[in-house]
Write a protein that binds this ligand. Structure first.
Ligand SMILES: Cc1cc2nc3c(=O)[nH]c(=O)nc-3n(C[C@H](O)[C@H](O)[C@H](O)COP(=O)(O)OP(=O)(O)OC[C@H]3O[C@@H](n4cnc5c(N)ncnc54)[C@H](O)[C@@H]3O)c2cc1C
Length: 353
């Protein structure tokens, strides 16, 4: 049997798996899916877990069962790309592979800021988001929360917490002169207005110098607060950073047109860890996963794979609580209820599939 290992059953990995199961999977192939969690996670909704507006069960999906698929649930520690072996933390099991797809997602980047890793909460993994949810949920009345970073996840986290807890003092630290720098000014203005109307303090031109247990020091002023949530940047997974493959300036693996590592074409890298012209997103990871499934079908049958089509993304949608939102869809800027309903519809479709 040929062993195909899918490492990480997130937005990219699940699409490789379901794509292959929907195609003609050769009989002599066993797929081994490895994930630290025994379920697929809807990471794009982790801000709702953090704010207490969604239950855990709403953010999980079962992995599909199939005779040729085996699951190994546990936290991977290391990939030995020379021996084609995968090692776990706290488990002696060693998994070997003939083909490997890496979809491990990203981790927070702290940019060397003192105290940031130790004293901030995170939205980047299920267990970390769960921890953040406890910290926010246990705050006494009028507690103080700072969210560092005003990109998509920071905006969604701050607004969702505001709707969940009107009593809290919420501050959003934005590195730029306007929130959501990558978006259209119409969207930036809508989001800024929402924060003003909903009493979230936004500090622009933030430059966090250090973080302490009880506060954030920014541009020479220390703000005392109870919970600091870090949404100020991500980096590839540690396992990826440790692999000696060629990387881009963001430490992402440079892959060829088939998402293969050029020096090790039996290894595929997708999602947040693969160098791409596009910004990282669940949508990008999913499309790459679908393409890798088609490529692997050919490779597993011994055929030359066809070069995949250029990836076309449909746009980005963001939420401001449950009844307002924003989005850039097919180059159209949308604000208000419509993009919010569309975002819920996209999630509903994802869950259905
Ligand atoms: C709050 C928030 C909101 C977001 N909103 C959006 C949005 O609206 N639209 C959008 O497109 N993107 C959004 N994103 C980004 C999106 O979630 C990621 O880009 C996407 O999940 C990347 O997919 P991936 O397959 O690379 O990794 P992931 O989906 O993160 O999957 C990684 C998988 O690897 C597993 N794993 C990790 N480490 C280990 C290990 N050591 N051992 C075993 N398993 C491991 C994880 O459990 C997980 O299942 C958001 C992100 C956040 C945090």
């Amino acid at each position: 049997m040929k062993q195909l290992v899918i490492l990480g059953g997130g937005y990219g990995g699940i699409k490789v798996l379901t794509g292959l199961l929907g195609l003609a999977l050769p009989d002599d192939v066993e797929i081994i899916v490895i994930d630290k969690n025994p379920y697929h996670s809807y990471k794009t909704e982790f801000h709702t877990l953090v704010a207490g507006t969604a239950a855990e069960i709403d953010l999980r999906a079962s992995f599909p069962l199939h005779d040729q698929v085996r699951y190994e649930f546990g936290e991977v520690r290391k990939i030995d790309h020379e021996k084609s072996e995968i090692y776990f933390r706290n488990r002696s099991t060693v998994i070997t592979y003939d083909y490997l797809v890496i979809g491990l997602g990203c981790e927070d980047a702290y940019h060397g800021i003192e105290g940031a890793e130790t004293f901030t909460e995170s939205v980047q993994s299920f267990s970390k988001a769960r921890h953040t949810a406890y910290s926010v949920g246990n705050l006494s009345a009028y507690g103080k929360v700072s969210v560092v970073g005003a990109g998509l996840s920071g905006i969604e986290a701050a607004s969702e917490i505001r709707e969940s807890r009107p009593d809290l003092n919420i501050r959003l630290l934005d590195r730029g002169g306007s929130v959501l720098r990558a978006f259209d000014p119409k969207i930036q203005a809508h989001v800024s207005d929402w924060f003003i109307k909903n009493d979230v303090e936004v500090l622009h031109h933030a430059n966090v110098e250090y973080v302490e247990k009880d506060g954030v020091c920014n541009n020479g002023i220390c703000y005392v607060n109870d919970v600091t949530i870090w949404t100020a940047g991500v980096q590839p997974h540690k396992i990826i950073r440790e692999l000696p493959f060629e990387k881009d300036q963001y430490q992402k693996v440079i892959v060829n047109d088939y998402f293969q590592v050029p020096s090790h074409p039996n290894i595929y890298v997708i999602g947040d860890n693969a160098s791409s012209f596009h910004s990282p997103s669940g949508q990008l990871a999913g499309q790459q996963g679908e393409q890798v499934a088609v490529i692997l079908e050919d490779v597993l049958e011994g055929r030359e794979p066809k070069k995949p089509k250029e990836i076309r993304l449909r746009g980005t949608l963001g939420s401001l609580g449950k009844s307002d939102g924003f989005g850039s869809v097919f180059s159209q800027s949308l604000t208000g209820l419509l993009p919010r309903i569309t975002k819920s519809g996209v999630l509903w479709l994802q869950k259905r599939h």
